[in-house]
Design a protein around this ligand. Structure first.
Ligand SMILES: Cc1cc2nc3c(=O)[nH]c(=O)nc-3n(C[C@H](O)[C@H](O)[C@H](O)COP(=O)(O)OP(=O)(O)OC[C@H]3O[C@@H](n4cnc5c(N)ncnc54)[C@H](O)[C@@H]3O)c2cc1C
Length: 469
Protein backbone atom coordinates (compact mmCIF):
# COMPACT_ATOMS: atom_id res chain seq x y z
CA UNK A 1 0.00 0.00 0.00
CA UNK A 2 1.31 3.45 -0.91
CA UNK A 3 1.28 5.88 1.99
CA UNK A 4 0.98 9.48 0.72
CA UNK A 5 2.56 11.15 3.74
CA UNK A 6 4.88 10.40 6.61
CA UNK A 7 4.65 11.45 10.22
CA UNK A 8 8.13 12.06 11.59
CA UNK A 9 8.47 12.11 15.33
CA UNK A 10 11.29 13.41 17.47
CA UNK A 11 11.84 9.92 18.87
CA UNK A 12 11.15 8.38 15.41
CA UNK A 13 8.49 6.03 16.77
CA UNK A 14 5.01 6.13 15.27
CA UNK A 15 2.48 8.14 17.25
CA UNK A 16 0.04 6.35 19.53
CA UNK A 17 -2.65 8.75 18.42
CA UNK A 18 -3.02 10.69 15.15
CA UNK A 19 -5.18 13.83 15.23
CA UNK A 20 -6.64 15.52 12.16
CA UNK A 21 -7.03 19.30 12.55
CA UNK A 22 -5.21 22.25 14.07
CA UNK A 23 -7.96 24.08 15.97
CA UNK A 24 -8.79 24.36 19.66
CA UNK A 25 -10.14 20.80 20.01
CA UNK A 26 -7.17 19.25 18.18
CA UNK A 27 -4.54 21.13 20.18
CA UNK A 28 -6.31 20.50 23.51
CA UNK A 29 -6.55 16.77 22.77
CA UNK A 30 -2.85 16.68 21.92
CA UNK A 31 -1.87 18.53 25.11
CA UNK A 32 -3.93 16.22 27.32
CA UNK A 33 -2.67 13.07 25.59
CA UNK A 34 0.94 14.19 26.00
CA UNK A 35 0.31 14.88 29.70
CA UNK A 36 -1.08 11.34 30.01
CA UNK A 37 2.00 9.87 28.32
CA UNK A 38 0.95 9.06 24.74
CA UNK A 39 2.85 10.02 21.58
CA UNK A 40 0.82 12.34 19.36
CA UNK A 41 1.00 13.43 15.71
CA UNK A 42 -1.24 16.15 14.28
CA UNK A 43 -2.16 16.39 10.59
CA UNK A 44 -2.96 19.99 9.70
CA UNK A 45 -4.28 21.24 6.40
CA UNK A 46 -3.37 24.82 5.45
CA UNK A 47 -6.61 26.82 5.15
CA UNK A 48 -7.68 30.46 5.08
CA UNK A 49 -9.81 30.41 8.23
CA UNK A 50 -12.16 33.20 9.25
CA UNK A 51 -11.03 35.08 12.35
CA UNK A 52 -13.57 36.06 14.96
CA UNK A 53 -13.79 37.16 18.58
CA UNK A 54 -15.77 34.66 20.65
CA UNK A 55 -17.15 34.67 24.19
CA UNK A 56 -16.23 32.05 26.79
CA UNK A 57 -17.89 31.82 30.22
CA UNK A 58 -15.09 32.63 32.63
CA UNK A 59 -15.57 29.47 34.65
CA UNK A 60 -14.89 27.39 31.51
CA UNK A 61 -11.29 28.64 31.80
CA UNK A 62 -10.92 25.99 34.55
CA UNK A 63 -10.46 23.58 31.66
CA UNK A 64 -7.12 25.23 30.85
CA UNK A 65 -6.04 24.33 34.40
CA UNK A 66 -7.00 20.71 33.70
CA UNK A 67 -4.79 20.90 30.60
CA UNK A 68 -1.94 22.23 32.74
CA UNK A 69 -1.92 25.43 30.66
CA UNK A 70 -3.60 28.02 32.90
CA UNK A 71 -2.17 31.06 31.07
CA UNK A 72 -3.14 30.32 27.46
CA UNK A 73 -6.13 32.69 27.44
CA UNK A 74 -3.89 35.51 28.67
CA UNK A 75 -1.24 34.75 26.05
CA UNK A 76 -3.97 34.76 23.39
CA UNK A 77 -4.89 38.33 24.53
CA UNK A 78 -8.27 37.38 26.01
CA UNK A 79 -10.08 40.26 27.72
CA UNK A 80 -12.31 40.07 30.81
CA UNK A 81 -15.85 41.36 30.28
CA UNK A 82 -19.25 41.33 31.95
CA UNK A 83 -21.82 38.80 30.77
CA UNK A 84 -23.59 39.82 27.56
CA UNK A 85 -26.64 42.09 27.61
CA UNK A 86 -29.49 40.76 25.50
CA UNK A 87 -32.85 41.69 24.07
CA UNK A 88 -34.62 38.44 23.28
CA UNK A 89 -38.34 38.19 22.45
CA UNK A 90 -38.54 41.86 23.44
CA UNK A 91 -37.31 41.29 27.02
CA UNK A 92 -33.99 42.84 28.07
CA UNK A 93 -31.52 41.23 30.45
CA UNK A 94 -27.87 40.48 31.11
CA UNK A 95 -26.21 37.13 31.74
CA UNK A 96 -25.07 37.43 35.38
CA UNK A 97 -21.69 35.77 34.92
CA UNK A 98 -18.26 37.01 33.88
CA UNK A 99 -16.98 36.12 30.41
CA UNK A 100 -13.76 36.50 28.44
CA UNK A 101 -13.54 37.50 24.77
CA UNK A 102 -10.80 36.03 22.64
CA UNK A 103 -9.96 35.60 18.95
CA UNK A 104 -10.55 31.88 18.44
CA UNK A 105 -7.66 31.55 15.95
CA UNK A 106 -5.27 33.28 18.36
CA UNK A 107 -6.36 30.85 21.08
CA UNK A 108 -5.93 27.87 18.75
CA UNK A 109 -2.43 29.07 17.76
CA UNK A 110 -1.31 29.40 21.40
CA UNK A 111 -2.71 25.97 22.26
CA UNK A 112 -1.04 24.41 19.24
CA UNK A 113 2.34 25.87 20.18
CA UNK A 114 1.89 24.44 23.71
CA UNK A 115 1.09 21.02 22.22
CA UNK A 116 4.34 21.16 20.22
CA UNK A 117 6.29 22.27 23.30
CA UNK A 118 4.95 19.16 25.04
CA UNK A 119 6.24 16.94 22.26
CA UNK A 120 3.36 16.60 19.79
CA UNK A 121 4.47 16.70 16.15
CA UNK A 122 2.67 18.63 13.44
CA UNK A 123 2.68 17.69 9.79
CA UNK A 124 1.10 19.88 7.12
CA UNK A 125 -0.82 17.85 4.55
CA UNK A 126 -2.61 18.92 1.39
CA UNK A 127 -5.10 16.08 1.79
CA UNK A 128 -5.97 13.96 4.77
CA UNK A 129 -5.36 10.23 4.40
CA UNK A 130 -8.20 7.86 5.19
CA UNK A 131 -7.98 6.74 8.85
CA UNK A 132 -7.47 3.13 7.74
CA UNK A 133 -4.42 4.16 5.66
CA UNK A 134 -2.53 5.65 8.61
CA UNK A 135 0.65 3.65 9.18
CA UNK A 136 1.96 2.41 12.50
CA UNK A 137 -1.30 0.94 13.85
CA UNK A 138 -2.14 3.82 16.21
CA UNK A 139 -4.33 3.20 19.26
CA UNK A 140 -6.74 5.82 18.03
CA UNK A 141 -7.31 8.49 15.40
CA UNK A 142 -9.04 11.72 16.37
CA UNK A 143 -11.24 13.78 14.09
CA UNK A 144 -10.82 17.41 15.20
CA UNK A 145 -11.56 18.97 11.82
CA UNK A 146 -14.48 21.07 13.06
CA UNK A 147 -17.63 21.19 10.99
CA UNK A 148 -15.76 19.62 8.08
CA UNK A 149 -15.95 16.38 10.14
CA UNK A 150 -13.56 14.94 7.56
CA UNK A 151 -13.30 11.50 9.23
CA UNK A 152 -16.75 11.46 10.87
CA UNK A 153 -19.23 11.49 8.02
CA UNK A 154 -22.14 11.13 7.89
CA UNK A 155 -23.21 14.04 10.06
CA UNK A 156 -26.74 14.93 11.13
CA UNK A 157 -28.05 18.47 10.62
CA UNK A 158 -25.54 19.81 8.13
CA UNK A 159 -26.64 23.06 6.51
CA UNK A 160 -28.94 25.51 8.25
CA UNK A 161 -28.22 29.12 9.18
CA UNK A 162 -25.02 30.96 8.27
CA UNK A 163 -23.35 33.71 10.32
CA UNK A 164 -22.11 36.82 8.47
CA UNK A 165 -19.14 38.36 10.26
CA UNK A 166 -17.99 42.01 10.29
CA UNK A 167 -15.26 43.94 12.08
CA UNK A 168 -15.20 47.53 13.31
CA UNK A 169 -12.57 49.56 15.23
CA UNK A 170 -12.28 48.74 18.96
CA UNK A 171 -14.44 50.56 21.49
CA UNK A 172 -14.13 51.01 25.24
CA UNK A 173 -17.32 49.03 25.88
CA UNK A 174 -16.29 45.44 25.10
CA UNK A 175 -19.13 43.51 26.82
CA UNK A 176 -21.21 41.31 24.57
CA UNK A 177 -24.67 42.24 23.31
CA UNK A 178 -27.23 39.99 21.64
CA UNK A 179 -30.40 41.09 19.85
CA UNK A 180 -33.12 39.16 18.11
CA UNK A 181 -35.68 40.02 15.43
CA UNK A 182 -38.31 37.82 13.80
CA UNK A 183 -36.07 36.49 11.04
CA UNK A 184 -32.52 37.01 12.36
CA UNK A 185 -30.43 37.40 15.47
CA UNK A 186 -27.12 39.21 15.91
CA UNK A 187 -24.32 39.65 18.41
CA UNK A 188 -21.58 42.16 19.12
CA UNK A 189 -18.39 41.14 20.96
CA UNK A 190 -15.68 43.65 21.84
CA UNK A 191 -11.93 43.20 22.09
CA UNK A 192 -8.95 45.53 22.40
CA UNK A 193 -8.11 44.82 18.73
CA UNK A 194 -11.58 45.20 17.18
CA UNK A 195 -15.31 45.04 17.73
CA UNK A 196 -16.99 42.09 16.00
CA UNK A 197 -20.52 41.86 14.69
CA UNK A 198 -22.17 38.58 13.67
CA UNK A 199 -25.56 38.51 11.99
CA UNK A 200 -27.39 35.20 11.62
CA UNK A 201 -30.44 35.21 9.32
CA UNK A 202 -32.92 32.43 10.16
CA UNK A 203 -32.65 31.36 6.52
CA UNK A 204 -31.36 32.71 3.24
CA UNK A 205 -28.79 35.46 2.69
CA UNK A 206 -28.17 38.57 4.75
CA UNK A 207 -30.16 41.52 3.38
CA UNK A 208 -28.97 45.16 3.61
CA UNK A 209 -31.99 45.94 5.81
CA UNK A 210 -31.05 43.17 8.29
CA UNK A 211 -27.44 44.36 8.36
CA UNK A 212 -28.36 48.01 8.97
CA UNK A 213 -30.92 47.19 11.66
CA UNK A 214 -28.61 44.72 13.45
CA UNK A 215 -25.71 47.21 13.45
CA UNK A 216 -27.91 50.04 14.68
CA UNK A 217 -29.55 47.98 17.46
CA UNK A 218 -26.09 46.90 18.63
CA UNK A 219 -24.80 50.47 18.68
CA UNK A 220 -22.47 50.17 15.67
CA UNK A 221 -22.26 52.42 12.63
CA UNK A 222 -22.84 50.34 9.46
CA UNK A 223 -20.20 52.46 7.72
CA UNK A 224 -17.55 51.38 10.26
CA UNK A 225 -18.04 47.65 9.58
CA UNK A 226 -15.91 45.62 7.19
CA UNK A 227 -17.06 42.17 6.03
CA UNK A 228 -14.80 39.31 7.20
CA UNK A 229 -16.53 36.20 5.89
CA UNK A 230 -19.26 33.69 6.67
CA UNK A 231 -19.41 30.61 8.89
CA UNK A 232 -22.04 27.86 9.12
CA UNK A 233 -23.96 28.33 12.35
CA UNK A 234 -26.50 25.49 12.53
CA UNK A 235 -26.41 22.55 14.92
CA UNK A 236 -24.52 19.57 13.49
CA UNK A 237 -23.45 16.27 15.02
CA UNK A 238 -21.59 13.19 13.89
CA UNK A 239 -23.93 10.23 13.45
CA UNK A 240 -21.26 8.12 15.24
CA UNK A 241 -18.92 10.02 17.57
CA UNK A 242 -16.88 6.85 18.07
CA UNK A 243 -16.43 4.22 15.39
CA UNK A 244 -13.72 1.58 15.67
CA UNK A 245 -10.57 3.42 16.71
CA UNK A 246 -11.85 6.79 15.39
CA UNK A 247 -13.17 9.36 17.85
CA UNK A 248 -14.59 12.82 17.04
CA UNK A 249 -14.00 15.88 19.26
CA UNK A 250 -15.17 19.51 19.29
CA UNK A 251 -17.34 20.66 16.39
CA UNK A 252 -16.59 17.44 14.49
CA UNK A 253 -18.53 15.59 17.20
CA UNK A 254 -21.17 18.22 17.99
CA UNK A 255 -21.23 21.75 16.56
CA UNK A 256 -23.37 24.03 18.72
CA UNK A 257 -25.58 26.89 17.67
CA UNK A 258 -23.41 29.96 18.43
CA UNK A 259 -26.25 31.51 20.47
CA UNK A 260 -25.42 28.98 23.19
CA UNK A 261 -21.86 30.35 23.56
CA UNK A 262 -20.67 26.82 24.40
CA UNK A 263 -18.56 25.78 21.40
CA UNK A 264 -15.12 26.48 22.86
CA UNK A 265 -16.04 25.00 26.25
CA UNK A 266 -17.20 21.85 24.51
CA UNK A 267 -14.10 21.77 22.26
CA UNK A 268 -11.93 21.75 25.42
CA UNK A 269 -14.16 19.46 27.48
CA UNK A 270 -14.62 16.88 24.76
CA UNK A 271 -10.86 16.95 24.05
CA UNK A 272 -10.10 16.15 27.70
CA UNK A 273 -12.73 13.40 27.78
CA UNK A 274 -11.54 11.90 24.47
CA UNK A 275 -7.96 11.81 25.77
CA UNK A 276 -9.19 9.91 28.84
CA UNK A 277 -10.95 7.45 26.55
CA UNK A 278 -7.89 6.96 24.34
CA UNK A 279 -5.56 6.47 27.32
CA UNK A 280 -7.92 3.82 28.69
CA UNK A 281 -8.01 2.09 25.28
CA UNK A 282 -4.21 2.12 25.24
CA UNK A 283 -3.63 1.04 28.82
CA UNK A 284 -6.42 -1.41 29.57
CA UNK A 285 -8.08 -3.15 26.61
CA UNK A 286 -10.51 -4.86 29.03
CA UNK A 287 -12.03 -1.44 29.70
CA UNK A 288 -12.34 -0.46 26.05
CA UNK A 289 -16.14 -0.79 25.96
CA UNK A 290 -16.61 1.14 29.20
CA UNK A 291 -14.35 3.91 27.95
CA UNK A 292 -16.21 4.10 24.64
CA UNK A 293 -19.54 4.25 26.45
CA UNK A 294 -18.21 7.01 28.71
CA UNK A 295 -17.39 9.20 25.71
CA UNK A 296 -20.59 8.44 23.80
CA UNK A 297 -22.70 9.19 26.91
CA UNK A 298 -20.85 12.45 27.44
CA UNK A 299 -21.52 13.72 23.91
CA UNK A 300 -25.14 12.49 24.00
CA UNK A 301 -25.72 14.33 27.30
CA UNK A 302 -24.23 17.52 25.84
CA UNK A 303 -26.45 17.16 22.78
CA UNK A 304 -29.59 16.77 24.93
CA UNK A 305 -28.68 19.74 27.10
CA UNK A 306 -27.92 21.90 24.10
CA UNK A 307 -31.19 21.06 22.35
CA UNK A 308 -33.11 21.74 25.58
CA UNK A 309 -31.44 25.15 25.80
CA UNK A 310 -32.32 25.97 22.20
CA UNK A 311 -35.91 24.85 22.87
CA UNK A 312 -36.15 27.27 25.80
CA UNK A 313 -34.68 30.11 23.73
CA UNK A 314 -37.21 29.47 20.95
CA UNK A 315 -40.18 29.91 23.28
CA UNK A 316 -41.88 33.26 22.76
CA UNK A 317 -42.43 33.69 26.50
CA UNK A 318 -39.58 32.16 28.45
CA UNK A 319 -40.94 30.29 31.46
CA UNK A 320 -40.98 32.14 34.75
CA UNK A 321 -38.22 30.95 37.05
CA UNK A 322 -39.71 28.14 39.14
CA UNK A 323 -40.53 28.52 42.81
CA UNK A 324 -37.53 27.72 44.96
CA UNK A 325 -38.62 24.95 47.34
CA UNK A 326 -38.01 25.39 51.07
CA UNK A 327 -37.53 21.65 51.70
CA UNK A 328 -35.66 19.52 49.19
CA UNK A 329 -34.74 15.89 48.76
CA UNK A 330 -32.73 14.01 46.19
CA UNK A 331 -34.59 13.65 42.89
CA UNK A 332 -31.86 11.84 40.98
CA UNK A 333 -31.11 8.13 41.23
CA UNK A 334 -27.64 6.78 41.90
CA UNK A 335 -26.45 4.56 39.02
CA UNK A 336 -23.16 2.91 38.09
CA UNK A 337 -21.63 4.38 34.93
CA UNK A 338 -18.22 4.83 33.27
CA UNK A 339 -16.48 7.82 34.90
CA UNK A 340 -13.26 9.66 34.28
CA UNK A 341 -11.06 9.45 37.35
CA UNK A 342 -7.58 10.97 37.13
CA UNK A 343 -7.28 10.43 33.39
CA UNK A 344 -8.72 6.92 33.14
CA UNK A 345 -12.21 5.52 32.70
CA UNK A 346 -13.60 3.26 35.43
CA UNK A 347 -17.08 2.25 36.57
CA UNK A 348 -18.39 4.24 39.50
CA UNK A 349 -21.51 5.83 41.00
CA UNK A 350 -23.13 8.88 39.40
CA UNK A 351 -26.54 10.55 39.38
CA UNK A 352 -29.21 9.92 36.74
CA UNK A 353 -31.38 13.04 36.49
CA UNK A 354 -35.10 12.91 35.67
CA UNK A 355 -34.35 13.88 32.02
CA UNK A 356 -32.02 10.87 31.64
CA UNK A 357 -28.78 12.87 31.88
CA UNK A 358 -26.12 11.14 33.96
CA UNK A 359 -23.63 13.29 35.81
CA UNK A 360 -21.31 13.09 38.81
CA UNK A 361 -19.36 16.35 38.99
CA UNK A 362 -20.37 19.99 38.88
CA UNK A 363 -16.97 21.52 38.13
CA UNK A 364 -14.84 19.95 40.84
CA UNK A 365 -17.77 19.43 43.21
CA UNK A 366 -18.78 15.80 43.68
CA UNK A 367 -22.58 15.67 43.44
CA UNK A 368 -22.65 12.50 45.55
CA UNK A 369 -22.08 14.81 48.54
CA UNK A 370 -25.28 16.64 47.64
CA UNK A 371 -27.09 13.32 47.22
CA UNK A 372 -26.04 12.25 50.72
CA UNK A 373 -27.04 15.58 52.28
CA UNK A 374 -30.53 15.37 50.75
CA UNK A 375 -31.28 11.65 51.26
CA UNK A 376 -34.00 12.77 53.70
CA UNK A 377 -36.18 15.88 53.15
CA UNK A 378 -33.92 18.76 54.27
CA UNK A 379 -34.49 22.53 54.53
CA UNK A 380 -32.84 24.19 51.54
CA UNK A 381 -31.04 26.63 53.78
CA UNK A 382 -29.59 23.74 55.74
CA UNK A 383 -28.36 22.20 52.48
CA UNK A 384 -26.61 25.49 51.67
CA UNK A 385 -25.06 25.50 55.12
CA UNK A 386 -23.80 21.95 54.75
CA UNK A 387 -22.23 22.86 51.43
CA UNK A 388 -20.46 25.73 53.18
CA UNK A 389 -19.13 23.20 55.67
CA UNK A 390 -17.74 21.27 52.69
CA UNK A 391 -15.71 24.30 51.66
CA UNK A 392 -17.91 26.08 49.11
CA UNK A 393 -18.26 29.83 49.47
CA UNK A 394 -21.81 31.22 49.94
CA UNK A 395 -22.42 32.31 46.29
CA UNK A 396 -21.13 28.95 44.99
CA UNK A 397 -23.24 26.98 47.50
CA UNK A 398 -26.41 28.92 46.60
CA UNK A 399 -25.66 28.63 42.88
CA UNK A 400 -25.13 24.88 43.24
CA UNK A 401 -28.45 24.40 45.04
CA UNK A 402 -30.22 26.60 42.44
CA UNK A 403 -28.71 24.54 39.64
CA UNK A 404 -29.61 21.29 41.42
CA UNK A 405 -33.24 22.44 41.79
CA UNK A 406 -33.41 23.65 38.17
CA UNK A 407 -32.07 20.36 36.84
CA UNK A 408 -34.04 17.98 39.07
CA UNK A 409 -31.00 16.79 41.05
CA UNK A 410 -33.04 17.75 44.11
CA UNK A 411 -36.83 18.22 44.17
CA UNK A 412 -39.47 19.90 46.29
CA UNK A 413 -40.11 17.76 49.38
CA UNK A 414 -43.09 19.61 50.81
CA UNK A 415 -43.94 22.61 52.98
CA UNK A 416 -41.34 24.30 55.14
CA UNK A 417 -41.33 23.53 58.86
CA UNK A 418 -41.00 26.51 61.16
CA UNK A 419 -37.32 27.37 61.56
CA UNK A 420 -36.08 29.38 64.51
CA UNK A 421 -35.68 33.01 63.38
CA UNK A 422 -32.02 33.02 64.37
CA UNK A 423 -31.26 30.05 62.11
CA UNK A 424 -32.83 31.72 59.07
CA UNK A 425 -30.92 34.89 59.80
CA UNK A 426 -27.68 32.99 59.99
CA UNK A 427 -28.30 31.18 56.73
CA UNK A 428 -29.56 33.94 54.50
CA UNK A 429 -27.53 36.00 52.04
CA UNK A 430 -26.31 38.49 54.63
CA UNK A 431 -24.48 35.92 56.75
CA UNK A 432 -20.79 35.22 56.52
CA UNK A 433 -19.51 31.70 55.95
CA UNK A 434 -17.46 31.31 59.12
CA UNK A 435 -20.59 31.08 61.30
CA UNK A 436 -21.91 28.31 59.08
CA UNK A 437 -18.69 26.41 59.20
CA UNK A 438 -18.54 26.57 62.97
CA UNK A 439 -22.17 25.59 63.31
CA UNK A 440 -22.25 22.71 60.88
CA UNK A 441 -18.66 21.47 60.75
CA UNK A 442 -19.44 18.64 63.12
CA UNK A 443 -22.81 17.74 61.62
CA UNK A 444 -21.72 14.40 60.22
CA UNK A 445 -21.69 15.51 56.59
CA UNK A 446 -19.24 13.69 54.33
CA UNK A 447 -15.75 15.15 54.01
CA UNK A 448 -14.76 17.86 51.57
CA UNK A 449 -14.03 17.00 47.93
CA UNK A 450 -10.45 15.88 47.47
CA UNK A 451 -9.73 18.60 44.92
CA UNK A 452 -8.62 16.17 42.22
CA UNK A 453 -9.99 17.08 38.82
CA UNK A 454 -12.53 14.60 37.63
CA UNK A 455 -15.31 14.53 35.13
CA UNK A 456 -18.24 12.21 35.00
CA UNK A 457 -20.61 11.28 32.27
CA UNK A 458 -22.27 14.58 31.52
CA UNK A 459 -20.56 17.90 31.35
CA UNK A 460 -16.79 17.71 31.82
CA UNK A 461 -16.77 21.31 32.98
CA UNK A 462 -19.80 21.13 35.19
CA UNK A 463 -22.42 23.83 34.86
CA UNK A 464 -23.05 25.69 31.66
CA UNK A 465 -23.36 29.41 31.26
CA UNK A 466 -23.88 30.50 27.67
CA UNK A 467 -24.96 33.75 26.10
CA UNK A 468 -28.50 33.37 27.34
CA UNK A 469 -28.50 30.72 30.04
C1 LIG B 1 -20.49 32.57 14.01
C2 LIG B 1 -19.99 31.75 15.14
C3 LIG B 1 -19.80 32.33 16.39
C4 LIG B 1 -19.37 31.54 17.45
N1 LIG B 1 -19.22 32.13 18.67
C5 LIG B 1 -18.84 31.39 19.72
C6 LIG B 1 -18.69 31.99 21.00
O1 LIG B 1 -18.90 33.19 21.19
N2 LIG B 1 -18.28 31.19 22.03
C7 LIG B 1 -18.01 29.86 21.85
O2 LIG B 1 -17.65 29.19 22.82
N3 LIG B 1 -18.15 29.27 20.64
C8 LIG B 1 -18.55 30.01 19.58
N4 LIG B 1 -18.66 29.42 18.35
C9 LIG B 1 -18.29 28.00 18.20
C10 LIG B 1 -16.77 27.82 18.14
O3 LIG B 1 -16.19 28.64 17.17
C11 LIG B 1 -16.44 26.37 17.79
O4 LIG B 1 -17.23 25.51 18.59
C12 LIG B 1 -14.97 26.02 18.03
O5 LIG B 1 -14.14 26.86 17.27
C13 LIG B 1 -14.73 24.56 17.65
O6 LIG B 1 -13.37 24.26 17.66
P1 LIG B 1 -12.85 22.97 16.88
O7 LIG B 1 -11.40 22.90 17.16
O8 LIG B 1 -13.71 21.82 17.17
O9 LIG B 1 -13.12 23.31 15.33
P2 LIG B 1 -12.42 24.41 14.39
O10 LIG B 1 -12.09 25.63 15.16
O11 LIG B 1 -13.32 24.56 13.22
O12 LIG B 1 -11.06 23.74 13.95
C14 LIG B 1 -11.03 22.74 12.95
C15 LIG B 1 -9.61 22.58 12.44
O13 LIG B 1 -9.57 21.52 11.51
C16 LIG B 1 -8.90 21.95 10.33
N5 LIG B 1 -9.43 21.16 9.20
C17 LIG B 1 -10.65 21.24 8.63
N6 LIG B 1 -10.73 20.34 7.63
C18 LIG B 1 -9.56 19.67 7.60
C19 LIG B 1 -9.04 18.61 6.80
N7 LIG B 1 -9.75 18.06 5.83
N8 LIG B 1 -7.79 18.19 7.06
C20 LIG B 1 -7.04 18.72 8.05
N9 LIG B 1 -7.47 19.73 8.83
C21 LIG B 1 -8.73 20.19 8.61
C22 LIG B 1 -9.19 23.44 10.23
O14 LIG B 1 -8.25 24.09 9.42
C23 LIG B 1 -9.08 23.81 11.71
O15 LIG B 1 -7.74 23.99 12.08
C24 LIG B 1 -19.11 30.17 17.27
C25 LIG B 1 -19.29 29.58 16.03
C26 LIG B 1 -19.74 30.35 14.97
C27 LIG B 1 -19.96 29.71 13.63
Amino acid sequence: MRVPYLIVLADSRAPDVVIAGGGIAAAATAIRLRALGLRVGLLVRPTAPVHGVEAIPRRALDLFDVLGEPDVATEAAAVDVDGPAHVWHGAAGRVPAPFVHVDRLALAAVLLSRAVMRGATVERVRRLPRPEDIPGNPVGVVDATGRAAAWSRPVVGRGGPVAWLFRAPPEDDMAGRVVRADDWWAYRLGHTAATWLGVVPASGPLTPAMFDTAAERLGLSPASLVAQGRRPAGVQRAAEVVSGRRIAVGDAALAHDPIAGQGIRFALGSAIAAATTLVTWAGDPTRRDIATRYYRDLVAAEDRRHLATLGRLAEADPPEPGRVPAIVKIGATVVEVPLSVDGHVALGPALRLPDGTVTRWAGTFDLLHLARITTEPTPRLLVVAQLLALGLDPPAARALVGWAVGNGVVVDAGPAPALAAGVVCELDDRCGSSTHKERFAGSGVVGAPDGKRRSGAGSPSGRQSGFLH
